[in-house]
Design a protein around this ligand. Sequence first.
Ligand code: SF4
Ligand code: SF4
Length: 375
Amino acid sequence: MRSIDRHIVADATRRLVRARREKQLTGLYPLEHLYVFITMRCNAKCDHCFCWEDLNVGIPEMTLPQLERIADTITPLEMICFSGGEPTLRRDLVDVLGLFGARGKAKCLKINTNGLNPGRIEEIAVRFKEAHPGVGLEFQFSLDGLEETHDRIRGVPGNFRKVLESMRRVKELGARFPALAGGALTVVTSLNYRELVALNDRLREEIGPDVGHGFELMRDVATTAWSLHPDAAESGVGPKNMELPPREAFAEIAEAYRLILRRSPILANAFYLHNLAQLRAVETGREQIKCVTAGQSVGVLYSNGDVAACEFTKPFANLATHDFDFMALWNSDAANQRRAQLGKCYCIHGCYMGKSVEMSWGGIAAMTKTALTGG
Ligand code: SF4
Ligand code: SF4
């Protein structure tokens, strides 16, 4: 097994042992990942966007003092992911990152971005890493197909070239700053499923053979989530104008995932396993991986202070009711009531499925096997 895979399996095992211990003591797995929708403003018009109805309609944004209070009260996490909307549109994004970085509240801060503004990406990377060299910063660039397909899906001419330029700049800065990385994420839809390998070829040519390239089957609560509690279901989550790939293409898509995994620097990849499970779940309509993470090891914070267990369920409270004390809200009766509604549902949401792979001994065994056999 490669040393990087050994390290990943050992780290996941250590975290699972710790999480199981904490679950025995408190009844909950410890919070490890927080997804923060830091703004609902966006400069793209993606057809697959699952939150398109909330974009650019004036949804309020938490202020820096409110975010500082959250940073003061939240427990240290593995990862805080800033999403949206387009997070780089928040002019004070570096200050927001700094609130969590300076307090050691995440091993890695992640930014999901459409990469439309390479200069802004570079500015954020340089300013943050100069101020916080020891804190990991990772950009996840959305890349949904070859040039014509990507620009069509995103509704922005020239987006493909701009995102590649953003990726190149982060790669170059990675030589100057430690713990700075960038990778691509492709949302798999009816428009791009035939281009996955060609896109990976292009990325390897443009950015390098070690480029990270992940996948996510398009989210839609109506067709990719099952058995949600009626009081918890968030009905509005779904694409503006896009379909899933046809079922008869799923074997071909799984083969593309496998090929790309074999080329990648990391084989013990929980996301690869959840990618296969997503296809099987849609194909069969049956649960593939038990969701043990939503509202426990993974949570969601919206730009207006609302907190949810996952994006497919409604927010259960707003932080204003707890003076922006995050852990007070996370451990509140409202949070416990929502958690009690979640045991039976299943879905394909990668942030939860991938984490749930890591949160079971079966998942760790599957990661180990993938690393040993190459997928
Ligand atoms: S998917 Fe992201 S970049 Fe595209 S419209 Fe939605 S929020 Fe904006
Ligand atoms: S992420 Fe978990 S809790 Fe949320 S809808 Fe999916 S299975 Fe249910």
